[in-house]
Design a protein around this ligand. Structure first.
Ligand code: SF4
Length: 76
């Protein structure tokens, strides 16, 4: 399964990722930054949120990664 990582130290909470891939990303109400949605989240710390997503969500997640203005999303 593809692994998705959000670098919360560089995320500016612009909302592009959860607009493009709402099944993968959401706004963390506590920090106003992005995090992986609970259903796919594997870990969440102050510095990063990591999850594993099904293959069918890889394309929207990749689109979000490409569109992220701060390069804070990586797909492995
Ligand atoms: S697109 Fe990038 S900067 Fe914007 S909320 Fe998502 S991870 Fe953060």
């Amino acid at each position: 399964m593809p692994r998705v990582r959000v670098n919360k130290e560089t995320c500016i909470g612009c909302g592009v990722c959860w607009s493009l891939a709402p099944d993968v990303f959401e706004e963390d109400p506590a920090t106003r930054k992005s995090r992986i949605k609970e259903s796919y989240r594997k870990s969440d710390s102050e510095s990063e949120s990591v999850g594993e997503i099904p293959e069918e969500l890889k394309e929207p997640a990749q689109n979000a990664a490409n569109a992220c203005p701060t390069g804070s999303i990586t797909i492995e």
